[in-house]
Design a protein around this ligand. Structure first.
Ligand code: AVJ
Length: 321
């Protein structure tokens, strides 16, 4: 693999991203209802805070998913065609794919798809050492756009992998669109494994996004820090408070940053007014039942061939019709 090209590419991605960051933030704060896109949480500090969230006792999501992949690994990988290529969408780290490689000998190749080239340098060398027979073919791109799979895996049966309940950040209609897109990228006869968080009682959900150690609060507020640093903002972090709530009607956890007082904030040369109690809506995390998720998959070209759950979280195996 050409590490030089990878480094250049990732720098270009970064500057294009910067430009979108400013536009998205300004548009989000200028609206009548203020909001910011959740995808901007993940700068270096935000990514580290998210890693810490996955370890707080209240945030069961990551532990549940890993538990399911470990407990049902044989059943899950048993559904995959021999000699397949596993295409992971948004492979920040290959931690969850590794569980599958460790369980099954039928995965011949791994195609991590990620917008950041960083994971290549850190992860892939180790991965290759631990699984010497695995062909590793990284693709650096935004997996929500059209892209081609590497030439070298086109003859192999293809299995998509989208763990982490990342799909929950999308509106259900957008989630359907993404499933459709995965079908187009993977092609005829593909299999798809998706991790999906489940609807459950409000207390469990709200506290998963408002842990006692306040790591999630810091993760949320870090977005304002990032805006201050990258877009010449002057948010005073002490004047905003983290709020997480479960909106049962829409089956989603919402995160907000609520202004503690009436105030003005400057970002990228513009001034935004906040009333006391006014919120910036920073994230939705949609929750599904096995059925509501399978319905969306069904409406977007996928039939369910398996689903595994620990009661809190679910992993679905789908096949393309
Ligand atoms: C990474 C999108 C799955 O929605 O549970 C965790 C992000 N936000 N705590 C989620 C998140 C607050 C997380 N996802």
């Amino acid at each position: 693999m050409d590490v030089q090209a990878i480094a250049q590419r990732s720098q270009q991605e970064t500057s294009r991203d910067d430009c979108w960051f400013e536009r998205d933030v300004v548009a989000g704060l200028a609206g009548k209802v203020k909001s910011l896109p959740a995808k901007y949480f993940y700068d270096v500090a935000g990514s580290a805070l998210f890693e810490r969230i996955t370890e707080v006792p209240e945030y069961y999501v990551t532990r549940s998913e890993i538990g399911i992949l470990q407990s049902y690994g044989l059943a899950i990988t048993g559904l995959l065609p021999a000699g397949c290529a596993l295409v992971e969408f948004g492979a920040g780290s290959s931690r969850k794919s590794r569980i599958l490689f460790g369980t099954a000998a039928n995965i011949a190749a791994y195609v991590p798809v990620d917008i950041s080239g960083d994971f290549l340098r850190k992860d892939i060398v180790h991965l290759q050492k631990d699984f010497p027979h695995l062909g590793v073919h990284p693709v650096i791109c935004d997996f929500t756009t059209e892209f081609d799979l590497p030439e070298s895996i086109l003859s192999l049966p293809r299995v998509g992998f989208f763990p982490g309940s990342t799909i929950g950040n999308l509106e259900p209609s957008e989630a359907g669109g993404l499933l459709q897109h995965f079908g187009e990228v993977l092609g005829e006869g593909a299999t798809l494994l998706v991790g999906v968080d489940l609807v459950k009682d409000e207390r469990t959900l709200a506290s998963a996004y408002d842990d006692a150690e306040r790591v999630t609060a810091r993760f949320n507020l870090n977005l304002l820090k990032r805006i201050n640093r990258e877009l010449d903002g002057n948010f005073v972090l002490g004047r905003f408070r983290h709020l997480a709530l479960y909106n049962a009607e829409l089956a989603r956890v919402e995160m907000h940053l609520v202004s503690e007082c009436r105030q003005e904030v400057r970002v990228a040369g513009r001034v935004f007014q906040f009333d006391a109690g006014e919120s910036i809506h920073t994230e939705n995390s949609y929750k599904y039942t096995l059925e509501t998720f399978q319905d969306i998959a069904g409406e977007n070209g996928w039939s369910t061939i398996g689903a595994w759950t620990d009661g809190l979280y679910s992993v679905h195996a789908l096949t393309r019709r």
